[in-house]
Design a protein. Structure first.
Length: 289
């Protein structure tokens, strides 16, 4: 009995370190949504664009929805069962940790290092990194040239001798953007991603970088108090993140996403949570026929 009990303990411990594919999730009866309160994807109050999408996905699978709170430093380990150390585009897998969720959905940007350890769904939202200043800043927005490379170069030139707020372990990690070549004074923000815009307004730095969804929310919330100076990157994409060993779950999500895009549900959610998004990315948000 002691031997069988020991064996059962080993099996249970092992299962805690592994992800689950579609069959296991249906057998369990629960889809665990890893989410971080961010922009309007996950509000922290029980709603948000990705919360509603994932709730619908759980219903599509015929299982119960469960939200699992996480943060930017642990969200990938909570999904894949390994700690990670990311340096720019490079990532190292470290010790094993318990798996806490089945998918990540909270405005999760496709980054080179993340693609090495996570499978992304069909894109769910467009993005880009923008340089942002207070409306009263003497730093002026660039004049668009029609060339994204020239616009990025002009925007990066604005960084010289200015302080800029960044946030490690997120899409705003300064290691992703070679800021050491710009002459900027990088300030590592210690708070949460949602708190960067108010920190800028509070005078914690002269400038900040924000991705499109967070910038759109901030521009709406603090209307007339912020301005977009220009792009730091080309266009990026966001998607839901899945473990490498959950191909059937990923396939089911992509099929679900295609369905809600065709029936209009997806665009209704976009308009609900990001009413100005289509103005900046009209091609991405075209109705599907």
């Amino acid at each position: 009995m002691r031997k069988s009990g020991w064996l059962m303990g080993v099996m249970l411990a092992g299962s805690a370190l592994m992800g689950a594919d579609l069959a296991e999730i249906k057998a369990r009866g629960v889809l665990r949504h890893l989410g971080i309160p961010y922009a309007n994807f996950v509000s922290g109050a029980g709603d948000g664009m990705d919360v509603e999408l994932t709730q619908r996905f759980a219903k599509y699978l015929g299982v119960r929805y469960e939200y699992v709170f996480t943060d930017w430093g642990t969200v990938v380990p909570d999904l894949i069962g390994r700690k990670v150390k990311a340096t720019g585009a490079k990532v190292d897998l470290l010790e094993a940790v318990p798996v806490k969720g089945d998918l990540i959905a909270n405005g999760f940007t496709v980054l080179p290092w993340r693609e090495q350890v996570v499978k992304f769904s069909t894109p769910t939202f467009p993005s880009q990194i923008w340089l942002i200043a207070r409306a009263d800043s003497k730093v002026r927005p660039i004049k668009p040239t029609g060339s994204i490379d020239k616009d990025i170069a002009a925007t990066r030139a604005l960084l010289r001798d200015h302080t800029v707020l960044t946030l490690e372990k997120t899409c705003l990690d300064p290691a992703l953007y070679q800021f050491e070549d710009t002459g900027t004074l990088v300030t590592a923000f210690k708070g949460k991603l949602n708190e960067i815009a108010p920190a800028l307004l509070n005078g914690d730095a002269e400038l900040t970088i924000l991705d499109v969804p967070d910038a759109l929310v901030a521009m709406e919330k603090w209307r007339g108090k912020l301005k977009i100076l220009g792009p730091i990157t080309g266009k990026q994409l966001m998607g839901a993140g899945f473990p490498m060993d959950s191909p059937q779950l990923l396939e089911a999500y992509n099929a679900f996403l295609k369905q809600v895009q065709h029936d209009g549900t997806y665009l209704r959610l976009v308009k609900k949570y990001y009413p100005t998004a289509a103005r900046f990315f009209p091609d991405f948000f075209k109705p599907m026929k």
